[in-house]
Design a protein around this ligand. Structure first.
Ligand SMILES: *[C@@H]1O[C@H](CO)[C@@H](O)[C@H](O)[C@H]1NC(C)=O
Ligand SMILES: *[C@@H]1O[C@H](CO)[C@@H](O)[C@H](O)[C@H]1NC(C)=O
Length: 403
């Protein structure tokens, strides 16, 4: 009898163990190498990655796609949603490497794209776009160069977190977020040479509630750029340089264009960048706007143009539009901005003659001019066209507002 009960007891215990929620909901892990991927330059791991993603995406429970250590070579790839669960982690310990022949993905737009996903976390990893060949094509002014692919593009998605990712040598923009809500990028490292064309670090457009935290960006174009429809963007603890600074724009190429609003840029450090804090719009009619922007606690270290609003934006100065910009720039605050400028004009407000900038507020801004060699401490100057605003606290160089 005792024996009977004890074996019944054992059976019950085993049954409970097997059916316990803890084991039932343990996230499944889809390992890239279980789907034929190999860390080997002769193996193309694109299909393996797609298969692992498809498994995770059709899994109703939380799951992880796992990329082990090593270098995995991939062509362009799309991770498509919607998925069955809104808790998928793509954990990358290794490096993903784009084809060295730039023509393979050069016209694909994106190398790695997440589209229509909700609740995805991308953690760790190095993305190597191998962009050098394409940059050299572009730098030699050849007309047949493809436009280039972004290393990572998050499109039409919600609730995405990217943490601890490193993006190097992207052909074009490194990381872009479009048509998405609630995207958090943190501990991101972006690296490309200062002369690599069009390699913006992080680009945000038509998206809302995007945060960029604790990241280091050195690249050949804007460290962070915000295009039409970027709203509720928060950027904090970012180091930029080399690069073209943190930019809103370029805006106003189109007539019908969503505006940019509620942007906070806080505790950022620019080192030897061409620009610091910049708003740039084309000199064309447009319904767009920029409003409610706060730049706070910013350090400029040998920045060529620390503060810029340029409503006659036209890089290269070729075939420039010559209308007045329709973009309305309003309520822009510069608070605690200090450091050194490599050009005499440290503050440049070149606003639209038909839509002057309004409510520009400067509080505690201190910029000095250090000249080319980085030596000396000379007086900086301001250029102010069609900009209305106020200063408070200690502001130098002095601003003579438009009235
Ligand atoms: C970001 O960096 C700052 C300064 O180094 C640190 O105090 C803060 O805890 C960091 N935040 C995160 C989320 O890592
Ligand atoms: C502005 O953006 C921040 C996040 O970046 C958000 O917390 C805040 O609610 C937004 N404010 C408005 C009025 O939308």
């Amino acid at each position: 009898m005792v024996k009977y009960f004890s074996s019944l007891f054992l059976a019950v215990v085993l049954f409970l163990a097997a059916a316990s929620p803890a084991s039932a909901s343990r996230p499944s892990v889809y390992r890239l190498t279980d789907y034929g991927a190999r860390a080997d330059p002769r193996t193309d791991s694109t299909t393996a990655f797609s298969e692992a993603w498809n498994k995770a995406c059709s899994d109703p429970n939380p799951s992880t796609v796992y990329v082990p250590h090593g270098k995995f070579h991939l062509r362009d790839i799309e991770f498509e949603g919607p998925c069955k669960s809104n808790d998928i982690t793509v954990h990358i310990d290794g490096t993903l490497v784009a084809p060295s022949d730039y023509s393979v993905i050069g016209n694909a737009g994106n190398w790695i794209r997440f589209n229509e996903v909700d609740g995805v976390r991308i953690s760790g990893g190095i993305l190597d776009g191998q962009g050098t060949g394409l940059w050299s094509c572009k730098l030699h002014g050849r007309k047949d160069c493809p436009v280039g692919a972004r290393n990572l593009h998050i499109t039409n998605s919600n609730n995405v977190a990217v943490d601890g990712l490193t993006s190097v040598n992207s052909q074009k923009f490194h990381i872009a977020v479009t048509g998405s809500q609630n995207v958090k990028l943190q501990h991101i490292t972006v690296h490309a040479p200062g002369n690599s064309p069009n390699t913006d670090g992080i680009h945000v457009a038509k998206s809302s509630f995007v945060t960029v935290l604790n990241s280091t960006i050195s690249t050949g174009d804007d460290c962070v750029s915000m295009g039409p429809g970027a709203r509720n963007v928060w950027i904090e603890w970012v180091g930029c340089g080399p690069g073209h600074g943190i930019s809103i724009g370029s805006l106003g190429w189109r007539f019908q264009e969503p505006g940019v609003e509620n942007v906070t840029v806080k505790r950022v450090h620019f080192k030897e960048t061409t620009n610091g804090l910049r708003i740039k719009t084309w000199a064309r009619p447009s319904l767009g706007f920029v409003r409610n922007v706060l730049f706070h606690h910013v350090v400029m270290d040998g920045v060529k143009n620390p503060i810029v609003v340029d409503q006659n934006y036209c890089p290269g100065n070729k075939n420039c539009p010559s209308k007045a910009s329709g973009i309305k720039v309003k309520d822009i605050r510069y608070k605690s901005v200090a450091g050194t400028s490599r050009s005499k004009v440290a503050v440049r407000f070149d606003c639209s003659r038909t839509n002057p900038c309004t409510e520009i507020k400067m509080h505690d801004v201190k910029l000095t001019y250090v000249g080319g060699g980085g030596r000396g401490n000379k007086k900086a100057a301001t250029l102010c066209r069609h900009a209305k605003g106020t200063t408070s606290g200690f502001v130098t160089p002095m601003v003579r507002w438009f009235s």
